[in-house]
Write a protein that binds this ligand. Structure first.
Ligand code: ARG
Length: 460
């Protein structure tokens, strides 16, 4: 039975009923719906809006319903219009007329706005743990590889030497900012819209702050129209989820490249790779590719909600029921991606030798060669040009800067001496990059330490 009988002479057309129903997806919010109702009923009793004895009965029964759902003794009726209808119906079934008093001074419009906030806040906790686990894996891998020299790239061309640990920590930094973004969006999410009613508040003497306090929220919304219309919190979460997927997709792309025979920088564990049905030699990085692909799906979810919300007038419109599937799908997807990515990275083996060999080719010490001349007093632009000429000579002769004879150096600039070979030595080039945030092994270890301090604070 819908909640809105009385005015209607016919029941809803069968297909239309299915079309209108949200229970197939809002059933996820059962526990949050009950929690919200417990707080609301408690407040109604405290304020004398309903009898304290009735409020106690409602609260006790709601708690039983929650427990029964949890242990499977009660199943959600999938023919109900939505989760709010189901819970209220079940309550009335159990305690009769007292149950009918629960919805006093409340509308499903403020109820659903609250439920979604509570559900997303709970899911944010799960998400945060997944982000943290991946950060931990990255930081440990970075520590293990703090001194593994690899080529750093711009335009996917070998550019300057870095360390694998440094490269990995770039992703840990991105994810740390993602965590911050989550914390920030939770601040605005943890606000109670209850008391907004359908749109125009209510005439009952509610204690809205008390409800918020019971629910562990930061406060109450300031405007009843906004309270029932606002889905910014879901949009902010979807934006944050999308940014996480931008980061994961870039990391995934690099892993895919590093696994190729062209790079061979890492090898994924068999448990996180797949084979081909026809090519017996294949070992494919499907998991990383799926993560890269699922980024598109999450961006689509953000786009869905932006488009649903765009241009709808105040206050509640049924369009807004479309908010849930998008944000649920994005949450599920991102949590799954993070939880698969972390062990895939943790179990990957790193081929330091191949990284180093790649770093030895491509003249990635050319900037260091130019810097050598700058330290000897030459203006950088002249030093750059002289080094460019040396690189051209090396290419002509099939040599590297390390194997080019000193006579060739001196022919280009008489400031060159034998010590240039130390200056352009790969390990030296990395070791010298000690500016804060740099790739030197020393800096990587300092960055790892700083990360671990932040991680220690998570547990406090
Ligand atoms: N299932 C609805 C939703 O998710 C609940 C709110 C219904 N409100 C209404 N006025 N029909 O948005």
């Amino acid at each position: 039975m819908p909640l809105w009988t009385g005015r209607f002479k016919k029941s809803l057309d069968k297909k239309t009923n299915d079309f209108n129903s949200s229970i197939p997806f809002d059933c996820r919010m059962a526990q949050q719906d009950i929690r919200g109702s417990v707080a609301h009923a408690t407040m109604l009793g405290k304020q004398g809006i309903i009898d304290k004895s009735e409020s106690d009965k409602i609260v006790a029964s709601l708690k039983e319903i929650a427990a029964d759902l949890e242990c499977g003794a009660l199943e959600i009726d999938m023919t109900a219009e939505d989760i709010h209808t189901f819970v209220e119906g079940e309550l009335t079934k159990r305690i009769g007329d007292s149950g009918k008093r629960l919805h006093t001074a409340r509308s499903r419009n403020d109820q659903v706005a609250l439920d979604l906030r509570l559900y997303l806040l709970d899911q944010c906790k799960v998400l945060e743990e997944s982000v943290k686990s991946l950060i931990e894996v990255i930081v440990n891998k970075a520590e293990e590889n703090y001194d593994a020299v690899m080529p750093g790239y711009t335009h996917l061309q070998r550019a300057q030497p870095v360390t694998f640990g440094h490269h990995l920590l770039a992703y840990a930094n991105m994810l740390m900012r993602d965590l911050d973004r989550l914390y920030d969006c939770k601040k605005r999410m943890a606000v109670s819209p209850l008391g907004s009613g359908a749109l125009a508040g209510t005439t009952y003497p509610l204690d809205r702050e008390y409800v918020a306090e019971l629910l562990g929220l930061n406060g109450v919304s300031d405007n009843s129209l906004d309270g029932v219309s606002d889905r910014d919190y879901a949009l902010e979460l979807l934006s944050t989820l999308s940014i996480i997927m931008v980061h994961l997709s870039r990391f995934a792309e690099e892993i895919i490249a590093w696994c190729s025979w062209e790079f061979k920088f890492i090898e994924l564990d068999d448990a996180f790779s797949t084979g081909s049905s026809i090519m017996p030699q294949k070992k494919n990085p499907d998991i990383a590719e799926l993560v890269r692909g699922k980024a598109g799906r999450v961006f689509g979810d953000l786009q869905t909600l932006l488009t649903v919300m765009k241009g709808i007038p105040l206050a509640y419109n049924k369009d807004m029921q479309e908010d849930k599937e998008a944000v649920f799908d994005a949450l599920d997807t991102v949590i799954m991606c993070l939880d698969t990515f972390a062990p895939m990275l943790e179990t990957a083996t790193v081929n330091r030798e191949n990284m180093r060999n790649a770093a030895a080719k491509g003249f990635i010490n050319a900037t260091d060669c130019a810097d050598y001349l700058v330290y000897k007093g030459l203006p950088f632009r002249d030093a750059y040009k002289a080094t460019g000429m040396l690189v051209a000579t090396c290419i002509d002769k099939g040599l590297t800067l390390e194997t080019l004879p000193i006579s060739e150096y001196k022919a280009v600039c008489d400031l060159f001496d034998e010590d240039v070979y130390t200056a352009i030595d790969l390990d030296e080039c990395v070791k010298k990059r000690t500016v804060k945030g740099g790739p030197s092994p020393e800096c990587v270890l300092a960055e790892v330490k700083a990360m671990k301090t932040k991680m220690d604070n998570w547990n406090k």
